[in-house]
Design a protein around this ligand. Structure first.
Ligand code: G1P
Length: 309
């Protein structure tokens, strides 16, 4: 069975949930503490051994492409100043992996975005990572998904149990148990179910796909929201046998996931990751504790270290 070496990272969406910040700045470039969200995703792919990365971008996402390119003027200036620490930070994104990009010319949906990777990927299974979904590196998910793909063949999706009220925001999967703990056989998939959902297992933004997905995507009609949905194409694979791109399995994820395309989750992510940082954490936590205590007292007192920066 061929091994998984390529990662496709989608970063072509319009980011309407985050307007007006995303009017001229891609949502994937919003800083999570001091790194753009998309860099965490590329780092995750590389950590899983996938150092051939294809970004699916669009016309308004030039800064995403630039972020993984050399920045000669900036690098020359930092070299002149002998600022090696910042120089290393600037070069980190470039040195990570071989990053390619292809533009999705029309916003026709996630399925269509993945189809743009067809030529680059060829005939081997590959990983798809959604550029605004962050998985905490302390809870690795992709290596497990690749392992499951190597064992069962076909495709693998990542599943996370969500509150019943939340499932309408995700792809939802009907599943059957397998003999492996935390791994299910996917029997049905519905994109953003508006009425009864197959289950509370939500598909989150990591996939390991059989290349047969491309042939399916070529003929997948527009689905939810009038867009060509990746979920619909994976559903078709779930119904096929192993000679035609099936089956589909789900790996249940119970770790930390951050949806940086959602404003509230974005704020929580930044606070959490900033608290955990060795350099910023101690001061930031001290300020946060003070701030929260003050909020709890109903902003009734004044003074104190609220000007800590
Ligand atoms: C996409 C997928 C959906 C999945 C979700 C995970 O939706 O279409 O199936 O559950 O990502 O984040 P989006 O959030 O891009 O609308």
């Amino acid at each position: 069975m061929s091994s998984v070496t390529k990662a496709v990272i989608t970063a072509a969406g319009l980011g309407t949930r985050f307007l007006p910040a995303t009017k001229a700045t891609p949502k994937e470039m919003l800083p999570v503490v001091d790194k753009p969200a998309i860099q965490y995703v590329v780092e995750e792919a590389v950590a899983a051994g996938l150092d051939d990365v294809l970004l699916i971008t669009s016309r308004t996402k030039r800064s995403v492409e630039d972020h993984f390119d050399r920045a000669f003027e900036l690098e020359a200036e930092l070299t002149r100043k002998g600022d090696t620490a910042r120089l290393d930070l600037v070069r980190q994104a470039t040195d990570l992996a071989t990053v390619h990009s292809v533009r999705q010319r029309e916003a026709l949906g996630l399925g269509h975005a993945v189809l743009c990777a067809e030529q680059h990927v060829g005939h081997q299974p590959f990983a798809v990572l959604l550029g605004d979904d962050l998985i905490d590196p302390r809870d690795p998910l992709l290596p497990r998904m690749i392992e499951v793909q190597q064992r069962y063949g076909g495709s693998v999706v990542a599943l996370m149990e969500v509150e019943p009220a939340q499932i309408r925001l995700y792809g939802s999967a009907a599943v059957e148990p397998t003999d492996t703990d935390g791994v299910f056989r996917v029997t049905e998939l519905v994109e953003k179910p508006q009425t009864a959902a197959p289950s509370n297992f939500a598909v989150i933004g990591r996939y390991v796909l059989d290349p047969a997905i491309f042939e399916v995507l070529h003929t997948t009609p527009p689905g939810r929201g009038g867009e060509i949905q990746l979920t619909d194409a994976i559903r078709a694979l779930a119904l096929r046998d192993e000679h035609r791109g099936g089956p589909v399995h789900g790996v249940v994820f119970t770790g930390r996931r951050y949806d940086t395309g959602d404003r509230a989750d974005y704020l929580r992510t930044i606070v959490r990751l900033a608290c955990e940082r060795e350099d910023l954490g101690p001061d930031f936590r001290a300020w946060l504790e003070y701030f929260v205590a003050k909020e709890m007292r109903g902003r009734s007192d004044s003074g104190g270290p609220d000007e800590i920066s």
